[in-house]
Design a protein around this ligand. Structure first.
Ligand code: 0X9
Ligand code: ZN
Length: 414
């Protein structure tokens, strides 16, 4: 996401006005992605903009990335100080994302296209079946619509469940498709390189990995059937027609703090009625608590897109730092350098509230404090807005490879 100055007042009022008709998919042909600059102190204006546009992509403060229908472009331009086109035709960009390919057993070619949800599950099963002595499929609980949150556990020479945990979550936000591909690439690398690469072996022998590539399966499926730019889960709200809680605003830590999430069910950052009242959050926090109480959590990674950031706690307060802030920074700097060395891709690093914007009830604050994780990071993968969430298929491999270099350096250092 785009860097902004301080708190995320805007995050509390980001609406999505695109509602597909039953059985129909939203058609984004001719829609533009714009980066608009707002005047200072323009809360009313923000609300107007959010009502006008189809999606707010980044709930920031001074600048906003939005997707807008052709008929609303002139009205939007009249409201803002400045606007820059970041994508001329969102519909055309969706086509560049690439077609789904027929499923093939895990090989590097998996990372050349995006895939349907059922194929993601099959990928995990097939990968696991190739490495039965040091991996297992696990489940964490069910989504709102009853899909099982499914992951893969990977261990090394110490045996199953004997080492500190590394927890990795992907596709928390439904539209961030590159993040499931990337977390699957981590699992694929750890298993396929274990026997041949001494660096990978050392890491797999040191930790127990718990990788869940799609922690928001209902939202993910909805992006494939109805609205490619859907973000939240698919939970209804009593007495309201708007759908979805933001899973990264629903974790039961500092959920009640204001300014980093929305209390409006129509907002992209709706926090829910009570802390942890999304079933996906209950499943995820139970995983964190269980591993905290057994092996302890060495590293937590929440993989998002877009913006090219590595962020660490805290989200709920811009002045607060974890007690091991300096170590968080050192590991992030090394990961940032490792990513740049692969491809030149530039990442921004820093504590999340002061670097990006305020978030309450977010994953990394929970894992840091309640989960007692030694390290907690949010990655925001490619790009910085050109394609945004709809990163073309020909950028999957470059993205997963550079990100692997970043996380590998973290695994070594953690
Ligand atoms: O707003 C979010 O949840 C994340 N950005 S995204 O565009 N992928 O939605 C950023 C979260 C960073 N903050 C914390 N993890 N605290
Ligand atoms: Zn996200």
């Amino acid at each position: 996401m785009k860097s902004i100055l301080t708190s995320a007042l805007l995050a509390s009022t980001a609406f999505s006005s695109v509602v597909p008709r039953a059985g129909q998919k939203v058609d984004y042909d001719g829609f533009k992605a714009l980066r608009v600059t707002l005047p200072e102190g323009s809360e009313n204006l923000k609300t107007q903009i959010e009502d006008l546009v189809a999606h707010v992509l980044n709930p920031g403060k001074k600048e906003l990335d939005v997707v807008v229908a052709p008929k609303d472009i002139a009205a939007l331009k009249a409201l803002v100080i400045e606007s820059k086109v970041i994508n001329e035709d969102v519909g055309a960009a969706l086509k560049e994302e690439g077609e789904f390919k027929a499923y093939a057993v895990p090989s590097e070619s998996w990372f050349t296209a995006y895939h349907p949800y059922a194929d993601h599950l099959q990928f995990l099963r097939d990968l696991q079946a190739g490495y039965t002595s040091n991996s297992a499929i696990f489940t964490l609980g069910n989504s709102v619509q009853g899909r099982t949150l499914t992951g893969i556990q990977i261990w090394g020479a110490g045996g199953r469940g004997s080492r500190p945990a590394v927890i990795i979550h992907g596709n928390v936000h439904a539209r961030e498709w590159i993040t499931s591909m990337t977390t699957e690439y981590f699992a694929w690398q750890l298993l396929t390189k274990y026997a041949s690469d001494a660096n990978v072996k050392a890491i797999v022998d040191k930790f127990d990995f718990y990788i869940t590539p799609i922690v928001n399966p209902d939202g993910f499926v909805y992006t494939q059937t109805n609205d490619r730019l859907w973000r939240k889960n698919r939970q209804t709200v009593s007495g309201n027609t708007c759908v979805g809680r933001d899973i990264n605003r629903n974790w039961p830590y500092k959920w009640e703090v204001t300014g980093g999430a929305s209390t409006n069910p129509c907002s992209e950052t709706y926090k829910g009625v009570a802390p942890g009242d999304a079933p996906e959050n209950r499943a995820l926090s139970a995983q964190v608590n269980t591993l905290r109480d057994s092996r302890g959590i060495r590293l937590y990674l929440d993989i998002h897109s877009y913006g090219q950031y590595i962020l660490w706690p805290y989200g709920y307060n811009c002045n607060l730092r974890p007690e091991n802030n300096a170590q968080h920074q050192t590991l992030a700097q090394r990961a940032q350098a490792a990513i740049r060395a692969v491809s030149g891709t530039a990442y921004t690093i820093g504590p999340s509230c002061s670097t990006l914007y305020a978030t309450t009830g977010s994953s990394t604050d929970y894992t840091d404090v309640t989960g007692n994780a030694t390290y907690s990071y949010t990655y925001e993968l490619r790009d910085t807005g050109t394609y945004g969430f709809t990163l073309p298929a020909n950028q999957i491999q470059p993205t997963v490879r550079e990100t692997w270099a970043g996380v590998l350096s973290m695994f070594k250092d953690a």
